[in-house]
Write a protein that binds this ligand. Structure first.
Ligand code: HEC
Length: 160
């Protein structure tokens, strides 16, 4: 019996340490370097404008979904997919600057986000409502995933 207690004394701190290491690894994986400070001033400006448009469109999509306006959902989701500003205002040089500044994983997250928008537009065009809500949920998850990892300077609450 006393021997068993002695073992616990070692196991518990070991478990706590393991949990801390695991948590630190998770926290690091969650918030990488913010991307905005690495961008050229023009790209910073374009990204911010793009985000404001995406923000507005996503709120309007919610309003359209809860009123059954499939057509409006499709139009807005397609606009998000096509990138309001960013892609359309970038010169080939801006594109090269962007690719040089951001990690591959940021590009992957952005691509995933745009694919979800296309899938949402598709569900709305087909007037399939439950899949619209599922895609919209995935879209919000994609906003949060990217912000918590790459915009911790702009949204410090994610790193608390
Ligand atoms: C692939 C990454 C990524 C995705 C996906 C993303 N964002 Fe962002 N967003 C950013 C980054 C990076 C910033 C910080 C820009 C800065 O600090 O200049 C930002 C900033 C913003 C801002 C603040 C703009 C300002 O005034 O400075 C808003 C609002 C925003 N995002 C909304 C959204 C919404 C809503 C979604 C999803 C529907 C979304 N974002 C998806 C990367 C992303």
């Amino acid at each position: 019996m006393p021997r068993k207690h002695a073992e616990y004394r070692y196991i518990m701190p070991g478990l706590v340490l393991a949990a801390c290491v695991a948590f630190a690894g998770f926290a690091l994986a969650q918030s990488a370097e913010p991307v905005s400070p690495k961008l050229t001033p023009k790209l910073q400006d374009l990204l911010r404008k793009e985000m404001l448009s995406v923000n507005e469109a996503s709120q309007e999509i919610l309003a359209a979904m809860v009123t059954g306006d499939d057509e409006r959902v499709a139009t807005l989701a397609q606009q998000i997919h096509d990138s309001f500003i960013l892609r359309q205002s970038m010169t080939p040089e801006d594109k090269a600057d962007l690719m040089a500044a951001v990690p591959e994983d940021f590009v992957r997250m952005d691509r995933n986000f745009h694919e979800i928008s296309a899938a949402l537009a598709e569900a709305a065009n087909a007037k399939n409502r439950p899949p619209q809500r599922e895609r919209f949920g995935q879209m919000i998850d994609a906003c949060v995933a990217c912000h918590s990892k790459y915009a911790s300077d702009r949204f410090p609450a994610f790193s608390e």
